[in-house]
Design a protein around this ligand. Structure first.
Ligand code: NVA
Length: 306
């Protein structure tokens, strides 16, 4: 498969997404076969925001492929401030074989991709988190026999994680329900993109503000009610009140008949998900975390060796 960059879920076809999922599972099952896949290659990793899973899974994943990962934190200042994004991209392209970037703005990802002469991977921005959604569909495909029969719902804040998840679900033909409090849903543009992918694949997609309209589900997903970069201590109490009835807990799982709960982490236990449910047998959160590494390795192998 030929892939130039890995920037956003809406740039992947159903075939490409399914191939990446299969490759991730293949690398997971036979890591030794890929131990030299990135031999002699280096990946520069830019992080404007904090990270545990993304930083570690890229670093250790690249090591498992025989490549070299370099972490670039905030020592060079915010992207585009000390140097233009184009200069950042052009300089890194002199040394690195790929650029992985976690940034505040999607414009930075697009700027890097426009100017770099090497592939760019979006490791989270304000609009998308495609590495997470790919890992989540690897997890779902390990959990359910047929992805096209899965009913998946996301409950909570309409954010980068839900955007990526619903676009990928629509692309793959997965039945997806989005439930967000009023005023916290996705942009019109993301809704329109999702609807058009769903029309193409024949997937069912619904969006509501009413938690009572959730319906029967196989898996339920949630994420933080306040994403990195959006923190405002003066609004915290209001958010907690507005989102309270959208908490994912045992009662909600029972009502929806779902027995798989997902979360990209970090989780705010007692807020979007209860600690009991997060720690329960229904939770696949650590499988998702592990699959981040295999999914990203599939992306890197595809970008750098195909
Ligand atoms: N929506 C969250 C995801 C963290 C992995 C955030 O952007 O902070």
């Amino acid at each position: 498969m030929s892939l130039q960059n890995f920037l956003a879920d809406d740039q992947l076809s159903k075939k490409q997404t399914l191939e990446l999922i299969e490759l991730a599972k293949k690398i997971k099952t036979n890591p030794a076969d890929y131990a030299q896949a990135l031999a002699g290659k280096s990946v520069a990793m830019i992080f404007e925001k904090p990270s545990l899973r993304t930083h570690v899974s890229f670093d250790m994943g690249i090591n498992k492929l025989g490549g070299h990962a370099l972490y670039l934190g905030q020592q060079n200042g915010k992207l585009g401030e000390r140097e233009r994004i184009s200069d950042y991209a052009n300089n890194l392209s002199c040394y690195a074989d790929a650029i992985v970037a976690r940034v505040f703005s999607n414009d930075s990802i697009e700027g890097l991709a426009k100017h770099a002469s090497v592939p760019v991977v979006n490791a989270l921005c304000d609009v998308y988190h495609p590495c997470q959604s790919l890992a989540d569909f690897v997890t779902l495909s390990e959990t359910f026999d047929d992805l096209e029969k899965v009913k998946l719902a996301y409950i909570g804040d309409g954010n980068n994680v839900s955007n990526s998840l619903m676009i990928m679900a629509a692309t793959l033909g997965v039945d997806f329900t989005l439930v967000c409090p009023e005023g916290h849903g996705p942009s019109k543009e993301i809704l329109a993109k999702t609807a058009s992918f769903a029309a193409q694949s024949g997937a069912k997609f619904s969006y509501t503000n009413n938690i009572d309209e959730l319906g029967q589900q196989d898996a339920i997903y949630t994420d933080t009610w306040v994403s990195m970069g959006d923190e405002d201590p003066t609004k915290k109490a209001l958010i907690l009140e507005k989102f309270a009835s959208y908490q994912v807990n045992h009662e909600l799982m029972n009502k929806a008949g779902a027995n798989v709960v997902m979360h990209c982490q970090p989780a705010h236990l007692g807020e979007e998900i209860t600690e009991e449910l997060f720690d329960s047998e229904m939770s696949v959160v650590f499988q998702e975390a592990e699959n981040r590494m295999w999914a990203q390795n599939a992306v890197l192998v595809t970008l750098l060796t195909d």
